[in-house]
Design a protein around this ligand. Structure first.
Ligand SMILES: Nc1nc2c(ncn2[C@@H]2O[C@H](COP(=O)(O)OP(=O)(O)O)[C@@H](O)[C@H]2O)c(=O)[nH]1
Ligand SMILES: [Mg+2]
Length: 448
């Protein structure tokens, strides 16, 4: 996958938001820092990184979520928007009759991308012809011919010919009946005067509608100044950024080139001819985040337990309601709430008083069993576990496919917890402490 490291870090950021109890300044600042770290690791320019995170923080703290959206969903949306914004607008190469000239330095992927583009247009039912105008590399002719044969499109070249202009003149005539002509040109180690001249001469003959600069993404941010220099010298209309599959610096290359006047139209994501993706900023970011679209992205936020639910459970417990359901909710919250973990852990009712150090995996495994056992109980049993005697235990165990011993353990845990809750509620000092904690979490609102 392209930019795997960046994708993983950003997914972690979303997970953090989803698991947090509430969106407050502390969370937003923390998330801002995480995003900064992730983007810097992908070689995105420091100044740009600061701009983005400042904007994320500003919007997250000042904007009200739209109707029907939670604060968490809104923050995720803001991050998504700002990431898309870094990549700029989408540009498409139309599926029409045209002449395309490929330019770029040595080894950037010009010839490979010529083949990939030829395949792309060929698949869209356009007649494609390529011209081998790299007169500097002896093997260039054969390389392109082979690719053209593989794709099944027409090829033109003159082996041994030293004038690129002559080849292009002949090639344009030979391809007069094709829809899309793609000219592969020679590179240099740097943007030298004679390369500029050669590109200008070829362009004068071919009059290309597109001059596509091919750039290797592994140079990172440096891709920006390179694109700018080429653009100033020969007027680049579009960029293909290659080798994004093999570099962690792709974020730098993508963001830097997106800021130049030459938009990225395709990205190269492998050595094979099918490894070419149209560059669509929204789709790129969605994929990076491992989501089909923004909607499924927002679902992540919904999966976690809401602040309201935590509040609800806490209030119920404080009001003396403590059935198996509350015990379950409390345990569940302890495994996947951020700051609310602390609040929930203040409530008694956990086995062996493990409030201070919660083993999430162990608790989750326990919860899984818990759920299975509860699913075999009746509503009345869950509300008032006192009614569960031997015969019922046997029935529940059978229904849940567990040992009766496990049902008894659950009931034992419940009884201990209930006792602890009772003691806790009778202790005014502890109650006060919990109230203060709730206020600190911004949960004092809402009456019951
Ligand atoms: N992994 C990867 N390799 C690529 C990509 N594009 C080109 N290459 C490789 O880069 C090398 C140089 O490509 P080539 O097209 O000959 O570059 P040119 O000198 O600009 O024509 C070749 O080994 C290609 O297989 C890409 O998107 N991903
Ligand atoms: Mg080449």
């Amino acid at each position: 996958m392209v930019l795997e490291g960046l994708g993983k870090s950003l997914k972690d950021v979303f997970r953090k938001i989803a698991k947090s109890s509430t969106v407050d300044e502390k969370l937003v600042k923390e998330v801002g820092k995480d995003i900064q770290r992730a983007l810097l690791q992908a070689d995105v320019n420091v100044k740009l990184v600061l701009e983005i995170t400042k904007e994320v923080e500003r919007r997250a703290l000042s904007e009200k979520p739209p109707a029907g959206k939670s604060a968490k969903e809104h923050v995720i949306r803001i991050i998504y928007d700002e990431l898309v914004k870094i990549l700029g607008e989408r540009k498409e190469i139309p599926l029409t009759k045209q002449t395309i000239m490929m330019v770029g330095l040595y080894g950037q992927g010009k010839t490979t991308s010529t083949g990939k583009l030829a395949r792309y247009f060929h698949k869209k039912n356009l007649k494609v012809g390529v011209i081998a105008a790299d007169v500097h590399r002896p093997a260039a002719y054969d390389q392109l011919k082979q690719i053209a044969d593989q794709v099944g499109i027409s090829f033109f070249g003159i082996p041994g010919e030293k004038s690129a202009v002559k080849i292009v003149q002949e090639g344009m005539k030979a391809h007069s009946s094709v829809d899309v002509i793609i000219i592969d040109t020679s590179g240099r180690h740097a943007l030298e005067g004679d390369l500029i001249q050669e590109i200008k001469d070829v362009a004068a003959v071919a009059k290309p509608t597109e001059r596509i600069l091919v750039l290797d993404a592994s140079v990172g941010q440096q891709a920006g100044p390179q694109a700018e220099a080429f653009h100033n010298a020969v007027g680049v209309t579009s960029v293909i950024l290659t080798k994004l599959d093999g570099t962690a610096k792709g974020g730098g290359a993508l963001s830097a080139v997106s800021r130049t006047k030459a938009p990225i139209v395709f990205i190269g994501v492998g050595e094979h001819l099918e490894d070419l993706d149209p560059f669509i900023p929204t789709r790129f970011i969605s994929r990076l985040l491992g989501m089909g679209d923004i909607e499924s992205l927002l679902d992540v936020a919904k999966e976690s337990i809401s602040e309201e639910q935590a509040m609800e459970t806490t209030k119920k417990i404080m009001a003396g309601k403590f059935t198996l359901r509350e015990m379950y909710d409390q345990m569940e919250m302890l495994t996947n709430m951020g700051p609310l973990q602390k609040l929930m852990s203040m409530l008694p009712g956990l086995p062996g008083n493990v409030q201070d150090k919660i083993n999430v995996e162990e608790t989750q495994e326990r919860l899984r069993k818990f759920r299975i056992i509860m699913d075999s109980m009746t509503e009345a049993e869950m509300d008032d576990p006192k009614v569960i005697k031997s015969s019922r235990i046997a029935r529940i165990a059978r229904g849940a496919g567990v040992d009766p011993k496990e049902v008894r353990q659950l009931l034992q845990q419940y009884n201990n917890s209930k006792k602890a809750v009772k003691g806790f509620m009778g202790n005014r000092k502890l109650r006060k402490q919990l109230m203060q904690q709730m206020q600190g979490q911004g949960l004092e609102g809402g009456s019951s």
